[in-house]
Design a protein around this ligand. Structure first.
Ligand code: SDX
Length: 432
């Protein structure tokens, strides 16, 4: 529990004789928080559209310092994890709070490998979708449908049930993601393989066919693992908050994660990686960049530089730094370091970071700015980009859900500032 210092905030309200004392809590890092829960009893709500200044919960999973551009997972900096760890090890860390021993890591990897298949009946779900269905629409449906198959492990108050559900979700997301892609290609689904690593297995399910042996490039498998790792968790972002809110009603974890997938789909959130590539495609060439920078600055123009800006980071997103490095490595190893899309992205970043509008509003590249370029180089189609994000984010969603369900919690139920009509009597239709 947060450390409640003797510190208080005193709220003086016009016309109210006695100021209201509000307790202040301190965490281990970051700003103190003011507990405003007693305000309802005094006849007030707090008002914070978009939750810009609201801590909705206490958590020990991920810490972000937006001003310093710091991201810690259970205390470990993202750049160290990206360089020295791997995605499944980070999944273990997010779920359990500590890095695994060698034995624990082997057991975890083996457990995940043995949950990668999905029930054969799930395959028929895909026949209900048109081939041109957006894969995020498919993922919203089939992930929620997983709860129709696991009645044996849906007692959310049972720690073992929560554990096997976490393993099932982490293990099956790549399988379902690859199936949503194969469906769009009219190709047969490829079963997961227990002799492959997590990212290698995903790329094999995506691009192999039954007609011949398919060898996944170790370079691309490493890049894919890095992409999953960089998306694994990010504190109380919109989709994670959605998972927590859905889970706070007692909804099962598959349904709660499906709600998170739906929230992630928006172009202001996880849909931005797909939007970045579409934006670069629309800009077309570096000569057009100044025109689009002007559009982005024009209040009357809805155009935004996708992959730029962030609610929390008012500095470089540390994931974008790692992503950019990975981008160079992958494209260089693939012999496409002169990729025109990458050249345009780098020129767009250079111009934007020198522009006073972006400097004054502290807008920097975020995780989505370079990820799409790597995914494109790996051969992932643009419409699959957010599905990759959702797959990578699954351990974060389930770690937050588990953290909430694993300790006393209340159903999330915000209030409002009502500005509608005062009470009035019904008017019969012949009198209107
Ligand atoms: C993710 O929360 C997370 O942690 C999310 C995420 C995660 O890992 O879960 O990090 C993943 O969602 C990253 C963000 C991906 N989205 C985009 O790249 C879309 C483009 N970015 C913007 O839509 C925007 O920056 C947001 C939505 C990301 C943040 O919006 P905020 O915090 O609500 O800030 P804002 O929209 O109020 O912007 C502040 C100002 C505004 O100008 P003023 O009204 O103050 O004059 O900056 C401007 C905005 O117009 N602005 C931009 C801009 N982003 C903000 N102007 C041009 N281009 C942009 N990209």
């Amino acid at each position: 529990m947060a450390d409640q210092k003797s510190k208080h905030a005193t709220l003086a309200i016009d016309g109210v004789d006695t100021p209201i004392e509000l307790p202040i809590y301190s965490g281990s890092l970051g700003p103190d928080v003011i507990d405003v829960s007693k305000l309802t009893g005094q006849g007030y709500f707090t008002y914070d559209p978009g939750f810009v200044s609201t801590a909705a919960c206490e958590s020990g999973i991920t810490y972000i310092d937006g001003d310093q551009g710091i991201l810690l997972h259970r205390g470990y900096p993202i750049d160290q994890l990206a360089e020295k760890s791997d995605y499944l090890e980070l999944c273990y860390l997010l779920l359990n709070g500590e890095l695994p021993s060698g034995t624990a890591k082997e057991e975890f990897v083996s457990t995940i490998k043995n949950h990668t298949m999905v029930n054969e009946q799930l395959r028929t779900f895909f026949q209900g979708f048109r081939p041109d269905a957006h894969p995020m629409a498919i993922m919203c449906g089939v992930v929620g449908a997983l709860s129709a198959f696991y009645h044996d492990s849906l007692d959310i108050d049972d720690e073992e049930h929560r554990k096997i559900t976490a393993h099932r979700l982490i293990a099956k997301m790549p399988t379902l993601a690859a199936m949503s892609y194969k469906h769009s290609q009219g190709q047969p689904f490829i079963y997961p393989r227990n002799d492959m690593g997590y990212a290698e297995n995903f790329l094999h399910m995506m691009f192999a066919t039954p007609c011949e042996e398919y060898k996944v490039s170790p370079t691309l498998a490493r890049a894919m693992d890095r992409i999953f790792l960089l998306h694994a968790d990010h504190e109380q972002n919109a989709s994670t908050s959605t998972v927590r809110l859905a889970g706070s009603t007692g909804a099962n974890p598959f349904a709660s994660v499906a709600a998170g997938i739906a929230a992630l789909w928006g172009p202001s959130h996880g849909g931005a990686n797909e939007a970045v590539l579409n934006m670069l495609d629309e800009i077309g060439n570096v000569d057009k960049i100044p025109e689009y920078i002007r559009k982005a600055k024009d209040k009357n123009d809805p155009f935004r530089i996708m992959g730029f800006g962030h609610r929390v980071y008012k500095n470089y997103d540390p994931r974008a730094t790692v992503m950019q490095q990975t981008c160079h490595e992958v494209l260089e190893e693939l012999g496409v370091e002169n990729d025109p899309i990458l050249a345009m992205a780098r020129e767009l970043e250079r111009i934007a970071l020198e522009d006073e509008y972006f400097v004054e509003k502290r807008l920097y590249p975020n995780v989505d700015f370079y990820s799409g370029i790597i995914l494109k180089a790996i051969g992932i189609p643009v419409e699959m980009f957010t599905v990759i994000f959702a797959t990578g984010r699954t351990p974060g969603w389930i770690a937050h859900w588990n953290e909430m369900i694993g300790s006393p919690y209340k159903i999330g139920r915000p209030r409002q500032l009502y500005t509608g009509s005062p009470k009035r009597d019904f008017v019969e239709v012949d009198k209107r």
